[in-house]
Structures are given as structure tokens and as C-alpha cells.
Design a protein around this ligand. Structure first.
Ligand SMILES: [Zn+2]
Length: 252
């Protein structure tokens, strides 16, 4: 690290749990962020400010006026631009150390598989179940850690799936027909709810990149913003899960 980096990351370096070695590890790490919306915004902001060296942001949508109430990585003058490019521009102004790759397509299974293969950690803040299941499949097949979050109305949730042998996967929790959240588009959401959940997702990703055990492994954390309640639910692997129950599932 050069002198500017030692200053920029000094509050990390002061932590015995991080130190210079941990910060260098973050600078050499690769994170994939699916979705540059309400969850992806705080995720991208914190991963970049924390010095995760390579961040790929995948989102095929463009910024519109209704996004700005909660998608804090975008600016009013970004309306009409691709969200991935808008986020890339904001992150460059916060931390030019970080390489940010913007993927402006709605990635199909094959593309998601390629992106997952290149990442050390995957953060899914997408707004639809088809993408969530595609990301989960790719993470299970390639044994990549997945940090999954969701936020809608006044509720949020987060879970970490290390995808080592034996643990549950996202599909053990939600099968294709489940609609706890429905598609997030079209629902109301209190502005800071995705901010809280996305920020927790970024914290869990940093812990994974630093090689710490995730305290959320095998647990789902639920937040009721109206009541101010947190609830922790143990997750178990579904032995009939179509995704992680078939270890010989081939790559897409
Ligand atoms: Zn599973």
C-alpha cells in the first residue's frame, strides 16, 4: 500500500481483526454485486469505500425518478443512464483505487455463471426470483459464498450461504413458487429498509473476504422495521432441494 492508501484505510488497519494484511486481502478481492438498486446501492458504496479492489456491478435497468428515494448510489442527473454505469461513476468519485466493472445487460444463466466464477463473494440484491435462483444455482455449482438479502415494505432479511458441502442454499429456503416478497417492483418500501439490509450484506461480504466465519451461516435474520424487532431463524438444508441436493449438477 502507498502512503495515501495507508491513510485512507487507517481505520481498518487499526482494527486488530483487519490490519495491513487484511486490508491488502480486501484490495486483492473480487466482489460481484447483482442489482444496483436499493440493496445494491449501500453494498456498492461500502465495498468501494472499504477498498474491495475489484467490484463487478450487474444491472440491466436504467435510473428513473422513482428509484432515487432509496437507491442512494444514483444522482438526479443519472436519470436515464444505466444503473451499473451510474453506480460506477459514483464509486469512482469515492475511491479511485477500486476497479469497477459495469455490466449493463440483464444477465442470462450463462453470463451469471461466468460472473460468479470470477468472483470471491457474490451479493444478491436483485429484485426478482428468476435472477435470485439463477445466481444461487451458479454459486452452488461453483461453491462460491452468496450473501442474499431482500427488503420490501417495512421488512428486510439477510442470509449467508457459504455453499460448502452440507449447508443449506437459497433454494432450500425459497423454491421457485415461493412469493414471500413477490417481485419488489411495484411494492412500497421505506427508504432506509434496503439501506440497513444492504449495509449488513456489505459487512457480511467483508467478513467472508477477510476469512472470518459468518455468524449468519445457517441462519436467516429478519428485521421488522415498524416494530424495531430482529428475529433469527435457523435454516436447514432441504434434503430434497433440487439445487444443492444434486452435487453432480453440471455448470450451465
Ligand atoms: Zn438447497
Amino acid at each position: 500500500m502507498n502512503d495515501d492508501q495507508l491513510l485512507r484505510y487507517s481505520r481498518h488497519i487499526l482494527l486488530t481483526e483487519v490490519g495491513i494484511e487484511g486490508q491488502e486481502r480486501l484490495l486483492g478481492s473480487r466482489a460481484l454485486v447483482i442489482g444496483a438498486g436499493g440493496l445494491g446501492s449501500p453494498i456498492a458504496l461500502y465495498l468501494a469505500s472499504a477498498g474491495v479492489g475489484h467490484i463487478t456491478i450487474c444491472d440491466g435497468d436504467q435510473v428513473d425518478l422513482t428509484n432515487l428515494q432509496r437507491q442512494v448510489v444514483h444522482r438526479t442527473d443519472s436519470i436515464g443512464k444505466y444503473k451499473a454505469l451510474s453506480a460506477q461513476a459514483t464509486l469512482a468519485s469515492i475511491n479511485p483505487d477500486v476497479e469497477v466493472v459495469a455490466v449493463t445487460e440483464r444477465a442470462d444463466d450463462h453470463r451469471i455463471g461466468q460472473l460468479v466464477a470470477d468472483a470471491d463473494v457474490i451479493l444478491d440484491g436483485s429484485d426478482n426470483f428468476a435472477t435470485r435462483h439463477a445466481v444461487n444455482r451458479a454459486c452452488v455449482v461453483r461453491r462460491k459464498p452468496l450473501v442474499s438479502g431482500a427488503a420490501v415494505r417495512l421488512e428486510g432479511q439477510i442470509a449467508v450461504f457459504p455453499n460448502r458441502a452440507g449447508g443449506p442454499c437459497y433454494s432450500c429456503l425459497y423454491d421457485d413458487e415461493d412469493e414471500w416478497l413477490g417481485d419488489c417492483q411495484g411494492n412500497g418500501v421505506l427508504a432506509p429498509v434496503p439501506g440497513v439490509i444492504g449495509t449488513l450484506m456489505a459487512a457480511e461480504a467483508l467478513k467472508l473476504l477477510l476469512g472470518w466465519e459468518s455468524a449468519l451461516h445457517g441462519a436467516l435474520l429478519l428485521w421488522d422495521a415498524k416494530r424495531g424487532d430482529w428475529q433469527r431463524v435457523a435454516l436447514r438444508r432441504d434434503p430434497d432441494c433440487e439445487i444443492c441436493g444434486h452435487p453432480r449438477l453440471s455448470s450451465p
